[in-house]
Design a protein around this ligand. Structure first.
Ligand SMILES: *Cc1c(COP(=O)(O)O)cnc(C)c1O
Length: 512
């Protein structure tokens, strides 16, 4: 049957009044007149949100955690039709706003309007990607888009595999599960069935990654029954890039001890310094030692959209698996993670035939199912907003946004260098700027002043800057993911930071 838009798209407000008055709006988004009801509710909610954003004025509420808690408790007293506007107002008033130029702490991007609209469509349709009969077109779209993203990373040909994930954490966990079963499977055992202890025998499974890799690598090792101790941290240089000689030495040690290297995890864009591990050299080592290479490009993967910057990821296509997050350098609303594998067959350990979802005879009759690519069962069509974004802006459009953020980081670093009150850790490699207020005195005093000045900016609702620890010292960080932020904005933000540092220094000792 052809799909035609129905007359039900008219909004309830436009519906002529019947003698009994207008019909009540439908309860369900997908009901007849449901889309119009959603549009009206969203329209009202967006007005409330815009108003509350203006009222907040800054990048986050000028409130203590206790005050936010009380405001939310208050709003949760709303009932009935008042709930949506009231709670929208409260959530907005208490929001950290990634679109505000002074909100620059985390890999937390301002989403594109078109992606948000697409995500609303995905919510209304509520497809679920675990079986074809819950998501016919969405299943086809995810399959086609994954092939396109595989092409982007350089997995050319029709054989690549992949899945949309909730983000880098799930991508790392999934990739390491595939790598674990690949490595132990090569030894003739099936850890998924028999458990890791029996499958591994006396060889201890080992995962090698840079010391600055994301903490989800350790957590994955724990979840996969390998234990956090299975993760062997490899020394990194000052830019937080893995030292290749140390990786070689670590691999040789694993081999000499009779242990089993399950995977090397290279990072393309560490969270703090944006360090990119030397991918070509790591690819060569992974081949030499016959170990699965996973590249965690959760942050740096977006560089692939930029013709000017994609050379920074040269070699990435030599990995068995790659994770990238389009809710970072991709401007998607959460969640929009991607996990790709060089060959689709590498997902085999996850494959499942479930009688009520994807019976074998259905699959043999040409009904595909994506159940066997994900750790999840019910899974929303996050692919839709990604597809709409890529078609609307093109890879080049996203690339221009990546370049704008990279340029902004470089100019902000120059502003730090020019300010005698601030110290730059190093030139930015992606879109983060790590720096510190020069407090004078000993290092501990500097740590305290930097930690306090950041909290004082939070308390006043004036700025959200990041904080981290590098080589034992507290540093501040701008994570620049807003392509509309200007150098004037970063100059104003850095001045706020330096002034807050001065104010901390001037405060009498006992009141600190
Ligand atoms: C953000 C990030 C992760 C975690 O990704 P989520 O999307 O938050 O789950 C993992 N690795 C790196 C390098 C990251 O930057």
């Amino acid at each position: 049957m052809p799909i035609t838009p129905s007359a039900e798209l008219a909004t309830p407000r436009d519906t002529p009044l019947s003698p009994e008055g207008p019909p009540p709006p439908p309860r369900l988004a997908g009901a007849p007149r449901g889309p119009a009801a959603v549009a009206a509710l969203v329209d009202d909610a967006m007005r409330t949100l815009a108003l509350a954003t203006t009222e907040r004025g800054g990048p986050l509420p000028a409130s203590t955690p206790h005050e936010v808690d009380a405001a939310v408790r208050d709003a949760l007293a709303a009932t009935g039709a008042a709930a949506l506007p009231r709670l929208t107002g409260a959530l907005t008033a208490g929001a950290a706003d990634p679109a505000h130029p002074h909100c620059a702490a985390h890999l937390h991007c301002p989403p594109l309007a078109v992606a948000v609209a697409a995500d609303t469509v995905a919510s209304v349709l509520n497809q679920s990607l675990d079986s074809w009969d819950q998501s016919p077109a969405a299943t086809a779209m995810e399959t086609q888009l994954v092939a396109e993203l595989a092409d982007l990373v350089g997995y050319h040909g029709a054989g690549a595999g992949g899945v949309i994930t909730s983000g880098g954490t799930e991508s790392n966990l999934t990739a390491l599960l595939l790598a674990r079963d690949h490595a132990l499977g090569a030894a003739g055992t099936d850890p998924g069935r028999h458990g890791v202890a029996r499958a591994a025998g006396t060889a201890r499974p080992r995962i090698l990654c840079g010391a600055a890799a994301h903490f989800s690598v350790q957590r994955s090792a724990a979840l996969l029954g390998l234990g956090e101790d299975a993760v062997v941290p490899v020394e990194v240089d000052a830019g937080h890039r893995m030292r290749v000689e140390d990786l070689r030495a670590a691999l040789e040690r694993v081999r000499a001890d009779g242990d089993l290297p399950v995977a090397i995890v290279a990072t393309a864009g560490t969270t703090d310094l944006g360090g990119i591990d030397p991918l070509p050299a790591i690819v060569r080592l992974a081949r030499e030692f016959d170990v699965w290479l996973h590249v965690d490009a959760a942050y740096g993967g977006g560089l692939l959209f930029s013709r000017r910057l994609r050379h920074l990821l040269t070699g990435i296509e030599g990995a068995q698996s790659i994770g990238m997050d389009l809710h970072k350098l991709g401007w998607q609303p959460v969640a929009a993670g991607v996990l790709l594998t060089r060959e689709r067959a590498l997902f085999a350990p996850l494959s499942r035939s479930v009688d009520y979802l994807n019976p074998t005879d259905d699959e043999e009759s040409g009904y595909p199912s994506l159940l066997g690519y994900s750790l999840r069962t019910t899974r929303r069509a996050d692919v839709f907003k990604i597809a709409v974004t890529l078609r609307t802006l093109g890879a080049d459009g996203l690339g221009a946004m990546v370049e704008a953020c990279h340029d902004l980081a470089r100019s902000a670093a120059a502003q730090v260098t020019a300010d005698p009150r601030l110290d730059l850790a190093q030139e930015p490699s992606l879109t983060t700027v790590v720096f510190r207020y020069r407090a004078g005195g000993d290092a501990e005093h500097g740590d305290r002043v930097n930690a306090r000045l950041r909290r004082s900016l939070l308390e006043q609702g004036r700025a959200v800057v990041g904080r981290t620890r590098i080589e034992g010292r507290v540093w501040l960080k701008l994570t620049l993911l807003n392509p509309d932020t200007t150098p004037d904005d970063t100059a104003a933000l850095l001045a706020l930071v330096a002034d807050a540092g001065d104010a901390e220094q001037a405060r009498p000792q006992e009141s600190r």
